[in-house]
Design a binder for this molecule. Structure first.
Ligand code: NAP
Length: 691
């Protein structure tokens, strides 16, 4: 039977594998399905193609354009998901496993796409606040981050062929960098099916994504300064690749997510009759069996109070006994096969190593039932739980990762011991702590944080909605210290910034405004011609500025504001003895000054393109304002952001096209040496000309 040759996608074309490629199998039946290699791909040329073709276009796109592109891609792929589920079955995955891989991957695209709303409509990112570098304010510093000029090279593990690719490319594409993806060979057929559709969609610019289905050995010998390498896989391979001389010579960052001996700790406050006990059993059982334990975040070590070892063992044995193993296509099967026979052999070898110092208490490798498939031809294993009664001296469980449905139960006496045991994994991706005592939760979290990339605290209040021990979330950092590689591949905007270069910029506020397109305090304003509230979104310019009339603040005003708002704080009263306070006399409410600011800058009486004011950021009252002060406002268009929320046809108001405009409000009293008494950024929605 001739096997289907997988295709690489490089240099703008599909390049098939050769006859000599690696044979890839159906892990349930053992049947050969595909051939894969990348021998006909010129790696150096492919990397350069990505940098020069896809990178060139992506770097010019704004975050909003990149975000909308990812959203379109997610919608496009979602419509084709049935095809991926069918292929995913060959990897041994159950429907639930495939859901995590496939739809979890799309979820990653959606979440990253939504991050655009927190980012400017520019190709670059503005990092942090300005630094005042001069007394007079004519010289300031700031930071921008621009997309790196190279290509992201993603070397992925075999367990999540879709999610593994999408969680990474979502981030580099948002940042404006192209990628070349090298999935692990054994499951690369599923990655290829998705990439076929991505390319066919035409949604990504050409050169933004390339694929190598083969082993791609030697690819890192072609990296260049400006590239980024990410690696997901075993610590052993990761360390070897990280030492590639070319990476060092070219100063290319290597983000490593390696294997991890994650721990789930049961709090000493928990008793078998508490909901937290059941939550613990459910969580660890799920982590042992999902994806047949082939998850980098799976619970490899269960650390429980000494007196709860037996109840935990009993409850876990009962729960795992109900795990039906077999062909996921058969109704009722809860756990499928490992990715391949090679992977099963690796796990069996690791089990043998673990067996030298600890005993198996749940699971029989010789006798387990497999439904709807041949136990030997398919890569099946039963859940296996070890007991290690002396975990401080028998340390194999802290060192050996059996990448399958395998975990070790171990006792602890005190919380310090639990923390120490968890840390003996030498750095992990995730640790969970199941407790209904928030003081214990705090003590565990603060002490254990140095060893784990993420800490999940579970109890009855959050368990139902919890995303679980094993699920990295696109908004949160995924990665971990030490053995886990020290990398961070996601984490909301934090993840995106890994693919960007930070540069400090210095100059006058006016120049920094021109570069960043965000008005900086102290920059020259421009005459808008008419009140800026009369302008539509497109007609507004950064720096459009008005200076308002003055308003005299009186003691009666302050009294009236106190009466109206109910804010009768002593500082706003005339009859207060101000000795020992921060004030000399009755002081105006900061909110009153902000309110009169609105009274001064709002163009009141006519209908205008400003639809609404929806908030204030960074409001500061910098000096007290006393009766007799004459306050006026410098009001400047600070930043413009598109608003591209999806309109709701049921709600006609949502159909009004608009953008978001931020305004700098400077509250000034010219009669004092430093006139600034307050500052704020207000946010408005402004109608666009085009409706
Ligand atoms: P692996 O054997 O370390 O391989 C990982 C990737 O590296 C594969 O794509 C592999 O390609 C590639 N690779 C190996 N040698 C290479 C070389 N010389 N040059 C270029 N690429 C090379 O790991 P795996 O067996 O696929 O995955 C299982 C391991 O990954 C487990 O230990 C697990 O804990 C870890 N993992 C970690 C995370 C995480 O986020 N931390 C996530 C998932 C998995 P080939 O397939 O072609 O050999």
């Amino acid at each position: 039977m001739s096997l289907q040759k997988l295709n690489n996608y490089a240099l703008g074309q599909w390049i098939p594998s050769t006859d000599k490629g690696e044979v890839l199998y159906n892990s349930i039946t053992g049947e050969p399905l595909y051939i894969a290699d990348s021998v006909d791909v010129d790696f150096a040329a492919a990397l350069e193609y990505g940098r020069k073709t896809g990178g060139k276009i992506l770097r010019k796109m704004t975050f909003h354009e990149r975000g909308r592109m990812l959203k379109d891609l997610a919608i496009y792929l979602q419509a084709r998901k049935d095809k991926y589920y069918a292929i995913s079955a060959y990897t041994g995955a159950t429907k639930a496993d495939s859901w995590v891989d496939i739809e979890g991957g799309f979820g990653n695209l959606f979440t990253n796409a939504s991050l655009r709303r927190q980012l400017p409509d520019e190709p670059f990112y503005i990092d942090g606040d300005i630094a005042k570098l001069s007394r007079g304010g004519s010289f300031i510093g700031h930071h921008i981050m621009v997309p790196k000029p190279g290509i992201a090279i993603h070397i992925n593990a075999y367990n999540f062929p879709v999610w593994g690719m999408l969680e990474k490319i979502a981030v580099n594409l948002m940042a404006g960098m192209p990628a070349i993806v090298k999935p692990a060979q054994v499951t690369s057929f599923l990655t290829e099916a998705v990439v076929q559709d991505i390319i066919a969609s035409g949604i990504l610019p050409e050169g933004a994504l390339q694929l190598l289905v083969g082993s791609a050995r030697g690819i890192l010998d072609h990296v260049k300064n400006g590239d980024v390498v990410t690696f997901t896989g075993s610590a052993h391979t990761g360390r070897m690749l990280k030492a590639t001389q070319r990476l060092i010579d070219e100063a290319v960052p290597f983000n490593m997510e390696a294997d991890s001996l994650n721990a789930s700790v049961l709090g000493a406050d928990v008793t078998p009759d508490m909901p937290e006990f059941d939550i613990y059993i459910k969580e660890v059982a799920r982590e042992i069996t999902t994806k047949a334990g082939q998850k980098c975040t799976a619970v490899r070590r269960m650390i429980v109070p000494e007196h709860l070892v037996s109840p935990v063992q009993e409850a876990l044995a009962k729960r795992l006994a109900s795990t039906t193993i077999g062909d996921p296509a058969v109704e009722g099967v809860r756990m499928g096969a490992l990715a391949g026979l090679q992977q099963r052999n690796d796990v069996l070898a690791k089990i043998e190593q673990l067996k030298t110092s600890q005993e198996i208490i749940i699971g029989d490798l010789q006798n387990f039932e497999v439904v709807g498939a041949d136990r030997e031809k398919g890569a099946f294993l039963p859940p296996v739980v070890f007991l290690n009664n002396d975990p401080f001296h028998n340390t194999a469980a802290h060192e050996i990762e059996a990448f399958g449905p395998v975990s070790t139960l171990m006792p602890y006496k005190t919380l310090d011991e639990a923390i120490e045991l968890a840390a003996m994994g030498k750095g992990s991706l995730v640790s969970s702590f199941i407790t209904y005592d928030d003081r214990l939760a705090r003590d565990y979290t603060l002490e254990a944080a140095t060893s784990h990339g993420r800490i999940l605290v579970l109890n009855r209040d959050c368990a139902k909605e919890s995303t679980g021990h094993g699920s990295p979330m696109p908004m949160l950092v995924h990665g971990g210290p030490g053995r886990a590689g020290g990398g961070e591949e996601m984490g909301g905007i934090r993840g995106i910034l890994h693919y960007m270069q930070r540069t400090a910029i210095q100059g006058s506020p006016t120049t920094i405004t021109a570069i960043t397109n965000v008005f900086q305090q102290g920059a020259k304003g421009r005459d808008p011609g008419i009140h800026p509230f009369k302008k539509h979104y497109e007609e507004l310019h950064i720096g459009d500025q008005i200076i308002t009339e003055k308003r005299l603040i009186t003691s009666e005003d302050i009294d009236r504001f106190a009466a109206l708002s109910g804010d009768n704080f002593y500082a706003h009263k005339t009859n207060t003895d101000f000795t020992g306070t921060m004030f000399d006399q009755q002081v105006a409410h900061g909110y009153f000054i902000m309110s009169i600011a609105a009274g001064l800058f709002v163009d009141s009486y006519e209908m205008n393109p400003v639809l609404l004011n929806y908030g204030i950021d960074e409001l500061r009252f910098t000096k007290p304002v006393y009766p007799g002060a004459n306050i006026h406002i410098r009001f400047t268009c600070k930043q413009k952001l598109p608003n591209d929320t999806t309109p709701d046809p049921e709600n006609p108001r949502s159909l009004i096209k608009r953008g978001i405009v931020k305004w700098l409000v400077e509250m000034l009293d010219d009669d004092t040496e430093d006139p600034l008494v307050g500052v704020a950024t207000i946010l408005t929605m402004v109608k666009t000309l085009e409706q």
